[in-house]
Each structure stands twice: as C-alpha cells, then as structure tokens.
Design a binder for this molecule. Sequence first.
Ligand code: ZN
Length: 299
Amino acid sequence: MSETQLRTDVVLGVTITARDARGRIARLGPVVDAVLANHGYPPLIEKLLAEALTLTALLGALLKDPQGQMTLQAQTQGGIVDLMVCDFRAGELRGYVRFDRERLADASMNPALKELFGDGYLAITFDQPNAERYQGIVPLEGKDLAEAAQSYFAQSEQIPSIVRLAAEKRDGHWSAGGLLFQHLPEGEEGRDRLHTRLDHPDWPHVAILAGSVKAEELTDPGLPLDDLIWRLFHEEEEIRTLPAVALGKGCRCDPDYVRSVIRRFPEDERAEMVGDDGLIRVDCAFCSSSFAFPPSEVA
Ligand SMILES: [Zn+2]
C-alpha cells in the first residue's frame, strides 16, 4: 500500500517481537461519513458511532480468517442509548445506534458511559469459519469505549491491553482514529496463547509508548499510520508491520434475504405488514435502505 493509502480508511497491524507485543492502528474518514450519511444522528451520537466503528475496525483486524466476522454490540438498560451494533467483515464496516432523542437533549457535553448506556454491557463476538464462535461480555463502565474495551481484554481474555480512540469533525467531515496494543506471550501473530503473565516486565514499556499517542495524532488524516507508529516506537529494536486492510462501508442486507425473512412469518402477520400502498416495507437498520414488496412476492 502506498503512503497516501495509509492515511485514512485503513487499519494496520504491527508486531514488536522483542517485547512480545502486537498492535493495530486505524484511521477512518470517508467510511464514517458514509455510514452516518443515511442516519441523521445528532453530533454526540455521530461521535459515539465514529469511535465504535474505529474500535470495530481494530478488533476486526485481529481476526485470523479473512472471511471471519466481528460484531460489537452494546446492550443497555435505562440509558439514553438503547442499542448500538457495529460489525466488520473483510474490511467492510456497518453500524447503527438506537437512542432516545428527548433524553439526549438533556445529556451533558461529554457523557460518561453510565449516562449513555445505563446498566449496559458490551458484547464482542468473533465468528470465524472453521472455528468456534467466541463471545465475551463486559459491563459498559468507565469514561469511554476505549476503557470498556480495555476491561474486555483484561476480564474476558486476560490479555493486558491498551486502547485509545478519538473522533472529531473537521470541516463537516469525520476523522476518527484508534490504536490497540496488547501483550502476547509470543509476540508473533497466530500463535495460541497458553498463559499470559499480567505483570510481564516488557508490557508497561509498550503500554506507556502506545498510551502517549495524542487524540489529534490519531485523527490527523495527513499523518500516515506507519509514520505515527514510527513516532511512537522508533527506539524499539524492530517493528514489523502486517499488510494493511482497506476499510469501506458495507451492508449485507439484500432483497432476497429480506424476502426470505418475511416469508417465515405466518400468513396473518404478513397480512398485517401490508401498508396503505399495498406493499410490505422493510428498512435495514444498518444502512437505512428501504425494501418494498408486493405481498404476492413474499407469500
Ligand atoms: Zn443494509
């Protein structure tokens, strides 16, 4: 990938073998605008989803199988946000948020997770072909999604990790960025973890360097990700980068699938779905695409 391609809508993998550490660094621009385009969310929800999509890209880039899927879902109770779902497959991202507009209007400027999600949980699911589905769940606590993701790795996987996320709107366009670094007993990719010492002597060093990243460095579309990695870790003996993965907006809703879902409803329920115009209409929550079928097509 050329230097320009390492600026935005991309996630890059990094290993620091001598420190038994691996990382992922991502920056998202046009892909965030594209996902948000059909939703018409207020700024605070846009920022939340921009950060969630960035986290989704970082976690998705941990999948070993290129056809694997990673889903991030916030299940909440009593919060302003009722549901947030993002997923990743082969660099394709999508996501949406369901929330209470009235309560959001009364929210503070920088609401902590508790205010947004109430008694919420973050569920992270890895689906890979030929592997068992893996899901971890942690409470949505802390100041932001990055903190919640860190507790996910600490509690659910016992992997010391550091996560940073940032998103800002510049001249009407979103730019978001994030990094994830973790300690693995064998720094190489793809090796199964047998045991992790949470107090590994090399880990605090990596965590301090990765944690020194500034929000404006993460979101600056003029700063290529490999340059940023170099800026953070240039004193290390050896840093390896993995092939970068381009990110784009993708939705897997398709008319055939929607038809098959409607057909599974009993006849009387299908009859109730018919609108005044004689058609059954279904909207995709992810991309807001609208589908309309004559009842005969889904009988
Ligand atoms: Zn869709």
